[in-house]
Design a protein around this ligand. Structure first.
Ligand code: 3PG
Ligand code: MG
Length: 397
């Protein structure tokens, strides 16, 4: 990967378009998780401090090419201003006269947020006319939105092709850590893949199994693997039409020499509710009326033993139904072990993708991993080995 960073730019007096991802959870007009804002603020701040006229672009939610007032970026003006420590102006459109006037009014060091890029159909269509209108607002394009880089949209891909470009600090941090984790890792390399369904992670499993020394399967998707090995999983959630997929991954592991770690023991219950009566059984001992909801202590011990000789870990997805106690224990124990080895300097650990961040936060170890990505879908596509259009467009080769 070769891309320019803010270090390569001369931004004083220039209009710098910054593609951020301000698609944060908002409830009743309040941001409920500001992680993305906090991670991307340094780029905006640095550019403003260097005398750029900073113009921030972002999508928010999925308005599908129409103006949807409840999906306005206006609610993010204050949180963004707080995070960058400067006033943030707002324009009610991201292209056209309103945007042009607001940009023309900027002085060196000012920050302007433009309205939701997805209010225009041209955004998701990656319409060249929309990209051109966006490009006309700036002299330089900086993409800091790794979490939107899997979208080939006008504000992520199209505009990057029309202006001198660079990665922002958050994008740079994401790409640097992802490269260390999977592009060019210290070995042995382990991947933890959890979550409910094999069917949503087929490409991811097939890519990872060819690249790692150890693939740990957790969550309900492990039930599909167990069923594929002929084990009776009782009432457990599993995908009967993906037994072949699981067998193919096992076969690929045999070919590549990767070890697949499946649960050895499981925490099972007859019903899925908080505090449900439960017991721990060997993976082969699930009763006909029971379902697996977490991995057991032997599984965690096996994971920990492997982890001791692992140098690099990539983690996506929980081991069990961690939102519902006591079925969070496997995930919490595993996350805490990763955190302690990371703190001790023995392990480089990178996690990402939707539920994963919530699971690590639940275990109280979000700060103790080497890096936790802010991306959901983009992180998954990257684990699938796909090129991300927003990243591709920044490549200098
Ligand atoms: C995300 O939240 O994953 C990104 O902002 C991308 O959003 P999208 O899935 O609506 O494209
Ligand atoms: Mg999303």
């Amino acid at each position: 990967m070769a891309f320019r960073t803010l270090d390569d730019l001369d931004v004083k007096g220039k209009r710098v378009l910054v593609r951020a991802d301000l698609n944060v959870p908002v409830a009743d007009g309040k941001v409920t998780d500001d992680t993305r804002i906090v991670r991307q603020a340094p780029t905006i701040k640095e550019l403003a401090e260097k005398g750029a006229r900073v113009i921030v672009l972002s999508h928010f939610d999925r308005p599908k090419g129409k103006v949807v007032p409840s999906m306005s970026l206006k609610v993010l003006v204050e949180p963004l201003a707080q995070a960058v420590g400067r006033k943030v102006a707002f324009a009610e459109d991201c292209v056209g006269p309103k945007a042009q006037e607001a940009v023309a009014a900027l002085k060196d060091g000012d920050v302007l947020l433009l309205e939701n890029t997805r209010f225009h159909k041209g955004e998701e269509a990656n319409d060249p006319a929309m990209a051109k209108d966006l490009a006309a607002l700036g002299d330089i394009f900086v993409n800091d939105a790794f979490s939107a880089a899997h979208r080939a949209h006008a504000s992520t891909e199209g505009v990057a092709r029309l202006l001198p470009n660079a990665a922002g600090r958050s994008m740079q941090a994401e790409l640097t850590h992802l490269e260390k984790a999977l592009g060019n890792p210290q070995r042995p390399l382990m991947a933890v893949v959890g979550g409910a369904k094999v069917s949503t992670k087929i490409e991811l499993l097939q890519n990872l199994v060819q690249r790692v020394e150890t693939l740990v399967i957790g969550g309900a998707m492990a039930n599909t693997f167990l069923a594929a090995e002929g084990i009776n999983v009782g009432k457990s959630l599993y995908e009967a039409d993906h037994l072949e997929t699981a067998r193919k991954v096992i076969h690929m592991a045999n070919e590549s020499g990767a070890v697949i770690l499946l649960p050895r023991d499981l925490v099972v219950a007859k019903e899925f509710k908080p505090g449900a009566a439960h017991r721990t059984v060997p993976a082969t001992g699930i009763g006909a009326d029971e379902m697996a909801l977490d991995v057991g202590p032997q599984s965690i011990r096996a994971f920990e033993n492997r982890l001791l000789t692992t140098r690099t870990l990539v983690w996506n997805g929980p081991f069990g139904a961690f939102e519902t106690a006591p079925f969070d224990q496997g995930t919490v124990a595993a996350a805490q072990k990763v955190a302690s080895l990371t703190r001790a300097g023995q392990l480089l650990s990178v996690a990402g993708g939707g539920d994963t961040v919530a699971a690590l936060a639940h275990a109280g170890v979000e700060q103790d991993f080497t890096y936790v990505s802010t991306a959901g879908g983009a992180f998954l596509e990257w684990l699938e080995g796909k090129e991300l259009p927003g990243v591709e467009a920044l490549q200098t080769k």
